[in-house]
Design a protein around this ligand. Structure first.
Ligand code: AMP
Ligand code: GLY
Length: 430
């Protein structure tokens, strides 16, 4: 069976690496892929990003199964395009992907279906937005409505910051974010306190299976300081998601979401990722939905997954009114997996490209370097994006995982490399 993974980040490298271990898998293609997928002689990069061109190529190549990594192609309707031509693809339709691609859609959805989330209002008129912030006071959270690669959220600790964020997103629209009906819109919401976790499930249109728990580090610098990023590291399991929190998240958030989507006539298929804020009493609220796997959470998750991932996707995409996820089981390595992201000079605002990477180690059973923003030419690997690599390891506990991950990390060099020294600190505490 030939498999196609769409995307070119660390998440897609990890998915492709895991898929190529499938017993029935003969070839794995990655579109467009990166330096790491180029170097792996069991993976083949395909330099196509246009959705229709990709579907045409996949049909000609006889691709049996396609898996979509990033939100961009999902919001662009790649699943609808492949399905319309009778092809198996795992991911949500364009309509379902609005859970991520529109904050206003997802907040209204949560309100309608009584899914716990922060109190909020949506604005396109800056004057009304400013007035609302003055009424509510700080801290308060301002979010651009549309895909902004993790950069469209300002957690304002002062009113001045909140006003500035409104002007930045709504008046100047510096981010260039537009929502589905065009124009700029912001969601302003209540500031929630607690600890964050990534709660990710797979859904085949009816059956829901939770992945192992995970947590990422969103801020650039140690001690969770500095600007928000796409994620500077992650680990699995996440101790904050106790059995009780897990049960609540399923009962109060995930199941009502899947049922709510079905009721609204938009059955959800694919990965559903709820960003949770868990308060000191263990009550989860939804910060956001993503309609895909997390990056870098996927890298440690794939290290821990023992099941044949191809068979899981194959069951999930079985033709019919829904898939057969109920026939497969996800088996996880009991050990801890932890990933440290190595980012480029200037990340997140203006990552530099073209720095030569040296010291990349060979793949080992307990350590894998997943590539993200890298390019390869004649065996030479250079940086080509913000998040460059994710060093991911398996170990018996968090402390040992940290020691191993940083040992591997220190062996890799490129000019301007930035990484956090404290990945996993929350998990190591207990
Ligand atoms: P989002 O893209 O909505 O997940 O927001 C990005 C990050 O901003 C989250 O991971 C949180 O760290 C933070 N954040 C978002 N919404 C809130 C909120 N209502 N209260 C506190 N922090 C938030
Ligand atoms: N690591 C956060 C995300 O993938 O959205």
């Amino acid at each position: 069976m030939k498999v196609l993974v769409i995307g070119g980040g660390g998440r897609e490298h990890a998915l492709a690496w895991k898929l190529r271990q499938g017993a029935r898998v003969t070839e794995v293609f990655v579109a467009p892929g990166n330096g790491g997928t180029a170097l792996d002689d069991q993976l083949t990069n395909v330099p196509i990003t246009d959705i229709v061109a990709l579907r045409e190529w996949a049909q000609k190549e006889g691709i049996a199964l396609t898996v979509v990594g990033p939100e961009g192609p999902l919001a662009g309707g790649v699943v609808d395009e492949f399905r319309a031509h009778g092809m198996r693809i795992f991911g949500p339709s364009k309509a379902a992907a609005q859970l991520e691609s529109s904050k206003a859609f997802s907040k209204a959805f949560m309100q309608r279906h009584h899914i716990p989330t922060a109190e909020f209002e949506t604005f396109s008129d800056p004057a009304l937005a400013h007035a609302y912030v003055d009424k509510k006071g700080a801290p308060i959270v301002v979010k651009a409505d549309g895909l902004a690669a993790g950069k469209g959220v300002v957690v304002a600790t002062t009113l001045a910051e909140a006003h500035e964020a409104i002007d930045f997103m709504l008046v100047d629209n510096t981010l260039g974010v537009t929502h589905n009906e065009g124009g700029a819109r912001v969601v302003i919401e209540e500031f929630l306190q607690g600890e964050e976790a990534s709660f990710i499930v797979m859904c085949d249109g009816k059956n829901v299976t939770a992945l192992a728990t995970s947590q990422d580090h969103k801020r650039l610098l140690d001690d969770d300081k500095g600007p928000n990023t796409g994620g500077m590291g992650a680990y699995s399991p996440a101790p904050v998601v106790t059995a009780d929190v897990h049960a609540r998240a399923m009962r109060e958030i995930i199941i009502p979401t899947i049922k709510g989507m079905e009721k609204d006539g938009i059955a959800f298929t694919g990965f559903l990722y709820a960003g949770l804020m868990i308060d000191t009493q263990g009550r989860p609220k939804t910060l956001e939905f993503n309609c895909r796997l997390g990056d870098p959470e996927t890298q440690p998750l794939m290290m821990r997954l023992k099941s044949d991932l191809f068979e899981v996707f194959w069951a999930a995409t079985e033709p019919g009114s829904h898939g057969r996820l109920d026939t497969v089981e996800l088996e996880w390595d009991r050990r801890v997996a932890l990933g440290v992201v190595l980012a480029a000079h200037g990340y997140p605002l203006s990552p530099r490209k073209g720095d030569v990477i040296t010291g990349l180690p060979k793949e080992e059973a307990d350590a894998m370097v997943f590539h993200a923003g890298t390019a390869e030419a004649d065996g030479k690997v250079t940086t080509s994006g913000g998040r460059v690599l994710c060093v991911t390891v398996l170990a018996d506990n968090v402390k040992q995982a940290q020691a191993r991950a940083y040992e591997v990390t220190r062996g890799i060099q490129f000019d301007g490399v930035q990484y956090r020294r404290d990945i996993g600190h929350r998990a190591a505490r207990g």
